[in-house]
Design a protein around this ligand. Structure first.
Ligand code: B12
Ligand code: SF4
Length: 421
């Protein structure tokens, strides 16, 4: 949608999103150019799609996180790779493609997002549960496992508020995912801009309901919370990452151990504004020992989060964790590109310090079985009822996490078989 917004009007753009299912490519009209984006876990499918179109003689350009972090691998599969952010180079790529002189690589680096056209929300298919919008880029925190600072930089860049409001107004879905890695930022000037945005959204009365990602300092400012709620915020995804200060130290998320932080009180303050909290935790840190799964579930329950999202520590290419694990010979699933399919953070792909592959799967199961047991779900929904805090959404959220977990359990069985080979 963002690239389509950057594309001059004399190109006709069609967006195909395989999250909705793969289309019948042979039945589609032959395009002049194909652009592909993919997360690392989707790389193999991206290469299949690229091979199909290259077979027809259509030039294929790939960009995005995986193309940037695995340039050599991707270069072998496509005609041109765009690394970094596309805003500064896409017009040139299109011009070169039009004149049959595509280069092998273009590097967009970090873009100036002060003057970018709005993303083309009109081009997506109908039927999405959520629309999506980006209002900021970059994250100053640089946690070891995360690609964001490596890809989008440590400097926190914010789109002009009127641009964001206009784009919001063009989103047809009622529910919206604000895809920013940290919607509010960490410094006073970041928070001030977030407040300005929330005021403007409330004033524009767009009637959207949205969820976003933020660090736990979201809870520290009552005015910010009230404005967010008024602007339509109904949920926030917060990375707690580890129940121990040692764990937070290990991954470089010292921000979460600033002294005096009471996580339970912080979560409650957010929820008081009718904003649900999804807490994310990682299993498999070097400090994690047997029992960590249960410990995370109990910590998340103590904090009072509405949903828990537990993921395996995964060395994603381009991160500090990747470099460290590669040097230490700890990347267990390393037949690339095939093994990228396991880099969804829902499979254990590394050698963990105190946990074998079987152990860590057991820990993940213990974690989810504990947090998503029916009595615990009912307790959370009842507590939501007491707080008049969207009990139905809470119930649906909890049940869908529970059913995802059941699906993951089935996937572990296949995974054990193939990883064992
Ligand atoms: C929103 C989001 C999601 C949403 C996705 C919704 C959707 N379907 O779009 C949800 C919550 C579903 C999600 C899920 C996951 N996510 Co996610 N997600 C993000 C997030 C926060 C923003 C992505 C985004 O929309 N950015 C806005 C657009 C404009 O930026 P962009 O994609 O980078 O595009 C720019 C450039 O890259 C470039 N570009 C991109 N593609 C192309 C293509 C061409 C041809 C060209 C020329 C240029 C180009 O141009 C664009 C403009 O500059 C990113 C973090 C981040 N900051 O990118 C993580 C991120 C992409 N996710 C990540 C991961 C790991 C996952 C999960 C695997 C984790 C999990 N288990 O939950 C799942 C996988 C889902 C799946 N289907 O496989 C990792 C990916 C790392 C990697 N190497 O693949 C990231 C980077 C976060 C991280 N911590 O490292 N995610
Ligand atoms: S995990 Fe969150 S806080 Fe840490 S670098 Fe990534 S986006 Fe920033």
């Amino acid at each position: 949608m963002v690239l389509a917004g950057l594309t001059p009007a004399d190109w006709e753009v069609t967006i195909v999103d395989e999250n909705l299912g793969a289309p019948d490519y042979p039945a589609m009209p032959r395009p002049d150019l194909v652009g592909i984006t993919a997360f690392t876990s989707q790389a193999n499918r991206a290469y299949e799609v690229a091979a199909h179109f290259r077979g027809l003689g259509v030039p294929v350009v790939m960009g995005g996180i995986h193309a940037t972090m695995c340039l050599d691998e991707v270069s072998a599969q496509v005609d041109a790779v765009v690394t970094g952010e596309a805003e500064g180079v896409w017009a040139k790529v299109l011009d070169d493609a039009r004149h049959g002189r595509l280069q092998r690589r273009y590097d967009g680096g970090l873009a100036d997002i002060d003057h970018v056209p709005p993303a083309r929300h009109d081009l997506t298919a109908k039927g999405y549960a959520f629309g999506a919008i980006q209002t900021t880029r970059g994250c100053p925190l640089n946690c070891s496992f995360c690609s964001v600072t490596a890809f989008n930089g440590a400097q926190y860049r914010q789109r002009p508020v009127p641009d964001v409001v206009r784009e919001f107004q063009s989103i047809r879905e009622k529910y919206v995912l604000v895809v920013d890695d940290n919607l509010i930022g960490i410094r006073p000037e970041h928070i001030a801009r977030a407040k300005e945005l929330f005021r403007a959204l409330a004033q524009a009365k767009t009637h959207h309901r949205w969820v976003a990602q933020a660090t736990i300092n979201f809870a520290d400012d009552e005015e910010l919370l009230a404005l967010a709620a008024k602007a339509g915020c109904r949920g926030v995804f917060v990375g707690f990452e580890s129940p121990t200060p040692e764990g937070l130290q290990e991954i470089g998320k010292k921000f979460n151990i600033l002294k005096g932080r009471d996580f339970r009180a912080s979560v409650r303050r957010i929820q008081r504004h009718n904003i649900m909290v999804v807490g994310s935790f990682i299993i498999g840190l070097d400090v994690d020992e047997p029992g960590i799964g249960r410990r995370i579930a109990e910590t998340a329950s103590r904090y009072g989060v509405d949903n828990l999202n537990a993921l395996f520590l995964t060395p994603l290419p381009g991160t500090r964790l990747w470099e460290q694990m590669r040097t230490e010979g700890r990347i267990a699933l390393d037949r690339f590109p095939e093994d990228w399919k396991y880099y969804t953070l829902t499979f254990p792909v590394a050698k963990y310090r105190h946990l074998s592959m079987d152990d860590i799967i057991q820990e993940m199961m213990a974690c989810n079985q504990n947090f998503y047991s029916l009595p615990r779900i009912l307790r959370r929904v009842a507590s939501g009822l007491r707080r008049r805090h969207a009990p139905l959404i809470s119930l649906v959220g909890n049940l869908s996490y529970r059913s995802n977990f059941r699906r993951d359990c089935r996937a572990y069985a296949d995974f054990r078989r193939s990883a064992g080979q």
